[in-house]
Design a protein around this ligand. Structure first.
Ligand SMILES: Cc1ncc(COP(=O)(O)O)c(C=O)c1O
Length: 345
């Protein structure tokens, strides 16, 4: 099977499993797991923040950040195409009583700075308090696009002047850094908190890290426990994360190169169009001309029978994601298979 549904499908390699087997462990709820402590320190230093907290998922990282900053009835600003709004099961509202105040995401993953300024509420007692803004880099649903340093700096100015907490959903921040040729520390420095994922392109089986100030992370640690995310001998998982950070960062550029190759091949097939300015990083979105939902679903089944797994994002749009399980040869096979199935139909 060639699985292009997501970079979350990566499997731990033999070397990664070996470091997991050998990991020194302890009870992490007591903060006695040396490997988790090492991962948290390493992550904080890679992000240029004071402290880090190992958490089971990116979803929990974003949720904890919002719960740490907002009271019930407060609001968090975010893009209407953001992962937190679309794909995190409404957790901030269900569990925190926090409003998601959405603003339109532009095709490049940004939100118009003027709209952000206008959306921030004053002291009127009729209105919820606007506590924070969440940005996403790279932006998944806008095509894996990277938000530039210039844009982030402009948003930082607004946030500073209005005392707004800035949280970054940096699930794929390392992909953004490679695309922009910019240091992760610089890209993250305007944000008060950041979540990044180990279990996507970096290839670890589980986990994300939430980083910020010592004080923020102390509060986040309590919330992680409250949500049932306190893990015990989690060093086995943290070891995979350390391995991923030490070995799999630079190779993300290969995923970007393969996404570009895939795009080039698929773009030459009649009836398929690349959309959303993709690929910028490791994802591409393709649209099929005048295809019904039933035909889309038949096409997806035909791909599956030919050994290709893809996900239909929405309507007649498919998202394809490259990752460490996808080789140059796989890219060729994918293009050939798409061609064959479309010509057979
Ligand atoms: C941009 C973004 N943020 C957050 C997440 C959530 O990560 P997890 O699946 O670990 O909860 C994802 C997952 O795909 C994502 O793409």
């Amino acid at each position: 099977m060639i699985d292009l549904r997501s970079d979350t499908v990566t499997l731990p390699t033999d070397q990664m499993r070996e470091v997991m087997r050998l990991a020194e462990v302890g009870d992490d709820v007591y903060q006695e797991d040396p490997t988790v402590n090492q991962l948290e320190d390493l992550s904080a230093s890679l992000m240029g923040k004071e402290a880090g907290l190992f958490i089971p998922s990116g979803t929990m990282g974003n949720l904890i950040a919002v719960l740490a900053v907002c009271q019930r009835g407060d609001e968090a600003l975010m893009g209407d195409m953001s992962h937190t709004f679309l794909y995190e099961a409404g957790g901030i509202s269900a569990l925190g009583g926090i409003f998601a105040h959405t603003l339109p995401n532009l095709p490049d993953g940004t939100i118009d700075p003027d709209q952000i300024s206008d959306a921030i509420r004053g002291e009127d007692i009729h209105e919820p308090k606007t506590r924070m803004l969440i940005l996403e880099n790279t932006h998944n649903r806008c095509g894996g696009v990277a938000l530039s340093m210039e844009y982030i700096s402009a948003i930082q100015e607004i946030a500073r002047s209005k005392e707004l907490w800035l949280h970054l959903d940096g699930a794929r921040i390392f992909n953004a850094a490679i695309k922009l040729n910019q240091s992760v520390v610089d890209l993250v420095s305007p944000f008060n908190s950041v979540t990044f994922c180990l279990s996507k392109g970096l290839g670890a089986p589980v986990g994300s890290v939430l980083c910020g100030s010592v004080q923020f992370v102390a509060g986040a640690r309590r919330l992680r426990k409250q949500l049932g995310g306190g893990m015990r001998q989690a060093g086995i998982l943290a070891a995979a994360g350390i391995y991923a950070l030490e070995n799999n960062l630079e190779r993300l550029a290969d995923d970007h190169r393969r996404a570009a190759l895939l795009a080039e091949g698929l773009n030459q097939i009649d009836g398929i169009r690349l959309i959303m300015n993709t690929p910028q990083t490791n994802m591409l979105y393709i649209e099929f001309d005048s295809v019904s939902p039933a035909e889309m679903s038949r096409f997806k089944s035909a791909l599956l029978s030919a050994g290709l797994k893809v996900s239909i994002s929405h309507g007649n749009i498919i998202r394809l994601v490259t990752h460490l399980g996808i080789s140059d040869e796989d890219v060729e096979v994918v293009v050939r298979t798409f061609k064959k199935i479309l010509s057979d139909q």
